[in-house]
Structures are given as structure tokens and as C-alpha cells.
Design a protein around this ligand. Structure first.
Ligand SMILES: Cc1ncc(COP(=O)(O)O)c(C=O)c1O
Length: 391
């Protein structure tokens, strides 16, 4: 068994990386530990880097299409990781899940159509709706006993005149892994009201002990027929810079409409050579590395939870069931949104995500990314405790 050193601190400054190199723009200062945007401070695994290096030996990087190995790798991964049998004809491509969500909105709805989202949620969902002249319908999640839950009574009302619903499954920022019961109930409501379900499953490989990811479209033919799944190896294996993700669309009519946008209206189906190679290598070789990564990140999460309990009881950890994000309930700090943001940046010198950006239910919360060496997490927690003491 190979060992991987997730403790290694790797300097990322001056690589044009979003997390470190736009701190000044995003936080107004470079003097924050950046624990915001969703990528990892860990090395992309060696088997992926080596696969890219091997391809580079050829030294011609001309127009290239994704061969049959691309779909095969996805099909095999879905089967071995999630026990989902995906048909090769259901798979399509996108340079990112966010572009995919936007293209789905454009392909399957019309201006003025209503689209449901469940705030607090990954904020590009809002712009995918609003910037394309559709209307956001909120079905807010409820924080109950330390978990964000769906509100089905509200969904029944909201679904009546909606055309589409976009969910984060598992949920970012709350980390809820939606259960079979929750997904089935949600899907029943959507099917009854002809609401197309877009299930963003980009975090679905980052699942913690005692949890199981169930792809929404796996739950029966009726559901599959009305569901579009978006996924990518980018969060799991730290490949976001390669801009390679994919969709699984069992409904032929939806697939054709989506592909028309991708291929004919926008002409962005080409993708890039290295993204395809990385995906294939990740899905063929990545299981052992991923299991080790999950162990490491889980320990970071437990560390933050313990630390808050012992030293910062004003902050409550919403313990994630998945993702490397932690949703921190800071409402007992009794600060308004601006004060909280200022406190984290200026006093604690920490670059977390302001909960308000995730919409309704986000005020009084911060999101921290713990996909980084334990030493970084520890340093961040020390700074937070000291800043609170000095108030
Ligand atoms: C729920 C969710 N969807 C999509 C993305 C980003 O997808 P992409 O970089 O493929 O556009 C993220 C990144 O944080 C995310 O959390």
C-alpha cells in the first residue's frame, strides 16, 4: 500500500491560483489564511500527474476528442463507487458543472420560468437562474438538530408552478447527504408537478463514515427520466483547473436539447486533452488514494469540532456528512453579517466564505474549507480562539 503525505505544506502563492492569489481582491488583504474556494491544498495524486506527463511525451496537442475510454471510465466509477449502472449513451460533457447548470437552464426552460433552489446553497445556482432571465423560487432548508433538512410541505406549494429544481447532492455548504427517503419524497413531488430535477453531485465521492451517496437518478425509471445528474472528478481529485466535467441524462429528449446547446449553439464540446486523461486516470486508479484522503479530511473535521467545543463554544459546528466544507454556526457571537465578516478577516485573519453569499439562512454562518494540512487547520483555529479572546 502506498502512503501519501497530506501533511506536506505546499506553497501555492504566485501560481495564479484563485484561493491564494486573489486574496487581496476577495478579502481586501493578503493577510488571511485562505480556507474558502472549494479546492484542496493537497498535491493532485501522482497517478494523474504521471498520466498527463505520459501524454506530453507525444508533443502534439492538436484537436482531440474524448474517446470511448472517457465514458467507460465514468461508467466504471459509478458502478464501483455508487453501484449505479449508467448507459454510455446517457453521458455528455461540460467544461464545468456550473456551465452545465447554466446550459441546462438555457436548454430546458424558457425566460420567465420558475426554478426552485434550496438555500443556503452553492451561490452560482442563483446566477444560473437570474442571469438567464428565469425566476428563483426558494425552498429554504431547515436547520434541525445540527443538520440541514429539506422542507417538503413548502416544496409541495412551490413545485406547483415551477419548471425545474436544482439541488446540491450532497449539499454544499451544509454537508447533508440526502437519504433515499428524502430523495424519493422530493422526486415524487417533482414528478407530480412536471418539475425537471437537476442534481449537482460534484461532491458525491467525498462521503464520510456511516454515510452513503445515492445518485438521485438511481431511484427508478420515472425519476431517472426526469433527472439530469452533473458530476466531475474535479473536487475529488483536485482537478478544477482542468475544466472537465460531465452530465448523465437518461431522457433522450433532454439529452438532445442539452447537446444542441453544447455542440451547436456554443461550440464548447471540445474540452481539453489533459482533462480527459486526468478523469480516466483518476477513475481507474483513484480509489485507494481517495479513501486515504477521506480519512485525513475527516480527522480535520473532528479536530475543528473538538476545538470549537473546548475553546470556542460560541461557534457551533454543523458536522458535515460529506464535502470538505464545514458550515459554522456563529449566531451566538451576536454580530451582524458585516461585523462577523470583519471579525474573521481583520481580527482572526481568516479567509472563510461569508454565509450570506449562500442566500436565505446564511446570515450568522461562515463556511470553512478543511482540505488542507492539519497544521493549517490548527493555525486557523488558534487564530480564531485568540481573536475571540481579545474582544
Ligand atoms: C455544489 C457545487 N457545484 C459545482 C461546483 C463547481 O463546479 P465547476 O468548477 O465544475 O464549475 C462547486 C464548487 O465548489 C460546488 O460546490
Amino acid at each position: 500500500m502506498k502512503s501519501y503525505n497530506f501533511d506536506e505544506i505546499i506553497a501555492r502563492e504566485n501560481t495564479d491560483c484563485v484561493k491564494y492569489d486573489i486574496r487581496k481582491l476577495f478579502f481586501g488583504t493578503e493577510d488571511v489564511i485562505p480556507m474558502w474556494v472549494a479546492d484542496m491544498d493537497f498535491r493532485t495524486p501522482d497517478f494523474i500527474i504521471n498520466a498527463i506527463k505520459d501524454r506530453l511525451q507525444h508533443e502534439i496537442l492538436g484537436y482531440t476528442f474524448r474517446g470511448k475510454d472517457f465514458n467507460r471510465a465514468i461508467i466504471d466509477w459509478m458502478k464501483k463507487r455508487h453501484n449505479w449502472s449508467v448507459n454510455k449513451n446517457w453521458v455528455s460533457f461540460s467544461p464545468g458543472v456550473v456551465p452545465a447548470v447554466n446550459m441546462l437552464v438555457l436548454s430546458l426552460t424558457l425566460p420567465g420560468d420558475k426554478i426552485i433552489v434550496q438555500p443556503p446553497v452553492y451561490f452560482p445556482f442563483f446566477s444560473a437562474i437570474e442571469k438567464n432571465d428565469r425566476i428563483i423560487i426558494e425552498n429554504p432548508l431547515k436547520l434541525e438538530n445540527g443538520r440541514l433538512n429539506m422542507d417538503f410541505d413548502d416544496l409541495i406549494t412551490k413545485a406547483k408552478d415551477a419548471k425545474m429544481m436544482i439541488i446540491s447532492h450532497p449539499h454544499n455548504p451544509g454537508g447533508s447527504v440526502w437519504t433515499k427517503q428524502e430523495l424519493t419524497k422530493m422526486a415524487e413531488i417533482c414528478i407530480e408537478n412536471d418539475v425537471i430535477m437537476v442534481s449537482d453531485e460534484i461532491h458525491s465521492d467525498l462521503i464520510f463514515p456511516e454515510q452513503k451517496h445515492i445518485p438521485l437518478a438511481m431511484l427508478g425509471n420515472d425519476i431517472a427520466n426526469q433527472t439530469i445528474t452533473c458530476n466531475a472528478p474535479s473536487k475529488t481529485f483536485n482537478l478544477a483547473g482542468l475544466a472537465t466535467s460531465y452530465l448523465i441524462i437518461p431522457n433522450k429528449n433532454y439529452l438532445e436539447k442539452y447537446n444542441e446547446t453544447l455542440n451547436d449553439k456554443l461550440h464548447i464540446n471540445m474540452g481539453n486533452i489533459f482533462g480527459a486523461i486526468a478523469l480516466q486516470s483518476a477513475y481507474a486508479n483513484g480509489e485507494e488514494w481517495l479513501d486515504k484522503l477521506l480519512d485525513y479530511v475527516w480527522k480535520n473535521i473532528e479536530f475543528v469540532e473538538d476545538f470549537c467545543k473546548k475553546h470556542i463554544p460560541q461557534i457551533k459546528v454543523i458536522k458535515p456528512e460529506s464535502t470538505y466544507m464545514i458550515w459554522l454556526d456563529c449566531r451566538d457571537m451576536a454580530m451582524n453579517g458585516d461585523e462577523l465578516k470583519d471579525f474573521f478577516i481583520k481580527k482572526a485573519r481568516l479567509g472563510f466564505n461569508d454565509g450570506r453569499t449562500f442566500g436565505t439562512g446564511g446570515e450568522g454562518f461562515m463556511r470553512i474549507n478543511v482540505a488542507c494540512p492539519k497544521a493549517t487547520v490548527k493555525q486557523a483555529m488558534d487564530q480564531l480562539r485568540d481573536a475571540l479572546k481579545s474582544l
